[in-house]
Structures are given as structure tokens and as C-alpha cells.
Design a protein around this ligand. Structure first.
Ligand code: G3H
Length: 195
């Protein structure tokens, strides 16, 4: 690709409560981000270069893409859905620590390999992202609107982060990341929405 743009969905109602996973609508702030995103994208892309937009199949990424120019092609990928937290889906970290203390500690010790009961690990996510990465490698400019764990894995791939580092890469909300692969490494630019 020439460049890949990455963004998390806007803040969701569950983000507000500190709950992971689920399929919630955007919060008021999240909706504000969705409305700001076209400007950020235009500022970053520079001209009216057409982008293809990939989202997950979850409401919060589709809603985040809603105000982008109509002439951008949009595609939904199940492979871009958030890391599946299995039995912990919809819980707060405090609830997980109380209910499954051993799991909580195991995850902290080896976050890349820890697989939620009935769910996924970061390693699992990296494997299901293989077709996405292959498609990305042979595509022109793509904007991916997805979720924290998934964006971490894609970012880690382009930035050649280790397996240990990738689950901890900070990916703030309401920020557009532009990655441009170059001969000597990938160039990163970030654009923070003012909301
Ligand atoms: O629900 C998944 C979160 O977005 C990923 O955060 O892997 O740091 O718990 P975490």
C-alpha cells in the first residue's frame, strides 16, 4: 500500500462504563468523533484521493464510518471484529479480576498468548488477520476503522513490534494514525481529533 490509515471506533457506551467487548452504539463523544473524522481524513490524505474504508461488522465501527464521503468504497470484515473476550465479554477489568483472578494474572504475565475462556488471544487475532494483511499488502490506500486489540496487531505488523510489545501498544481513542511503508521502515503520523 502507499499508506494505511488506522482508527479505533469512536467512544462507545460500553467504553464509558469501562466494559470490554459487546456491540454497543457510540456515546455522544463517539458520535462527535464520527462527525470529525471526514475532516481529519481530508487533512491527512491531502487531496481528494479516494480511500477504501474497511470496518468490522460491529455497530461502533460502522457508525464511526457513517459520515465519510459517499464515494469511498466501504467493506465490512468479520476478521476486523474486536478480540473476543469469551466469558468476560461485557465485563469491567475489576469484575474479571474478582471472578477470574488467576486468569487476570495469567493475562498480565503473557498477554500475547493468554486466551480468554471461550474467546481469543492476541495470537489468535494475529492469525485471523492474515487475510487482511495480505489484502492490505496488495491494495492502494485503505482506511481501517476497527478496535483496540486489532489495531494494535496491525500497527505491530507494520512497525515490526515484538509479540511481547504488541498487546501493550498505546492506541488512543479519537486519533487517526497514518502508516506509510518506506524502504527503511514505516513512517507514522498521528492526527488527534479536537473533541
Ligand atoms: O476488549 C478488548 C480491548 O480493546 C483490548 O484491550 O487487550 O488491553 O484488554 P486489552
Amino acid at each position: 500500500p502507499r499508506s494505511v490509515w488506522l482508527s479505533r471506533h469512536g467512544e462507545s457506551m460500553l467504553n464509558l462504563e469501562g466494559r470490554i467487548g459487546g456491540d454497543a452504539e457510540l456515546s455522544h463523544r463517539g458520535e462527535e468523533y464520527a462527525r470529525k473524522l471526514p475532516e481529519l481524513v481530508l487533512e491527512s490524505v491531502g487531496s481528494d484521493r479516494p480511500l477504501t474504508v474497511w470496518t468490522s461488522t460491529l455497530k461502533r465501527t460502522i457508525a464511526t464510518a457513517r459520515h465519510l464521503p459517499k464515494h469511498y468504497n466501504q467493506l465490512q470484515w468479520k476478521a476486523l471484529d474486536e478480540l473476543d473476550a469469551g466469558v468476560c465479554d461485557g465485563m469491567t477489568y475489576q469484575e474479571i479480576a474478582d471472578l477470574y483472578p488467576d486468569d487476570f494474572q495469567a493475562r498480565d504475565e503473557d498477554k500475547y498468548n493468554y486466551r480468554y475462556r471461550g474467546g481469543e488471544s492476541y495470537r489468535d487475532v494475529v492469525i485471523r488477520l492474515e487475510p487482511i494483511i495480505m489484502e492490505l499488502e496488495r491494495s492502494e490506500d485503505i482506511l481501517i476503522i476497527s478496535h483496540q486489540a486489532v489495531i494494535r496487531c496491525i500497527y505491530a505488523y507494520f512497525m515490526q513490534k515484538t509479540q511481547e510489545e504488541s498487546p501493550w501498544v498505546p492506541v488512543p481513542l479519537h486519533t487517526l494514525i497514518k502508516l506509510t511503508p518506506r524502504a527503511y521502515g514505516t513512517e507514522v503520523q498521528t492526527y488527534k481529533a479536537n473533541i
